[in-house]
Write a new protein. Structure first.
Length: 211
């Protein structure tokens, strides 16, 4: 029984066509809609709604993967890649539109580039996977509220003032938490790298003994 269960678990992690992965692809496919509404139709409110929906559904694919037992190797790569693309395209589009202060958007983009580069470098060096911290999650949530709100706040409609205020209320704490989490990742990354190197050394030693 244990062998069969282990076999099924191993097969599940290799699956590509899972509900969480489908949701991730759907979220990615909405990016052209966001850009079309923003630049093709000059509909800032509509674009803000699409971006807000993409941000608020960020947790859905991960939750379903754990809940349904459909955590896959493809999903582990696809989900963070999708999140980064949504972040970069969303912020970049709003920055080009002129709906967000340049300094605010640039700080967030630089932080994201550095974190993404560090993540890729650590993975290439064999470091253990680093889980997102509480501060990182809350910071990302604040920013995902802030950017659509900046966009909605720049539109010519009665609720513009409310959304501009909401953007700052969510954006400043989100920015502070995201910068704090980036700094807090440094010792975590060092530890993950050391643990990954130790695990590779142990596996190599075990292979040598087996030979």
């Amino acid at each position: 029984m244990q062998d069969g269960t282990a076999g099924r678990a191993a097969n599940e992690t290799d699956r590509v066509l899972t509900l969480p992965n489908i949701i991730t692809v759907i979220r990615l496919s909405c990016l052209p809609l966001f850009l079309w509404l923003l630049f093709g139709r000059d509909n800032q409110v509509g674009a803000a709604l699409v971006l807000a929906a993409l941000g608020t559904t960020d947790w859905v694919d991960g939750y379903l993967a754990r809940r349904l037992g459909q955590v896959s190797e493809v999903g582990k790569i696809l989900d963070p890649v999708a999140d980064r693309l949504l972040f970069f395209v969303g912020i970049g589009g709003i920055l080009i539109d002129g709906s967000v202060p340049v300094w605010f958007a640039v700080i967030v983009l630089v932080r994201e580039v550095l974190v993404a580069a560090a993540t890729l470098a650590l993975a290439a060096l064999g470091a253990k996977r680093i889980d997102v911290t509480w501060a990182g999650k809350k910071g990302t949530f604040g920013l995902m509220v802030a950017f659509p709100s900046f966009l909605a706040g720049s539109a010519d409609w009665s609720a513009a003032g409310f959304f501009t205020g909401l953007a700052w209320v969510a954006g400043i704490p989100g920015l502070i938490l995201s910068l704090y989490s980036a700094a807090a990742y440094v010792p975590i990354a060092r530890r993950a790298f050391a643990e990954g190197r130790a695990a590779r050394a142990a596996a190599k030693a075990g292979g040598a003994h087996a030979a």
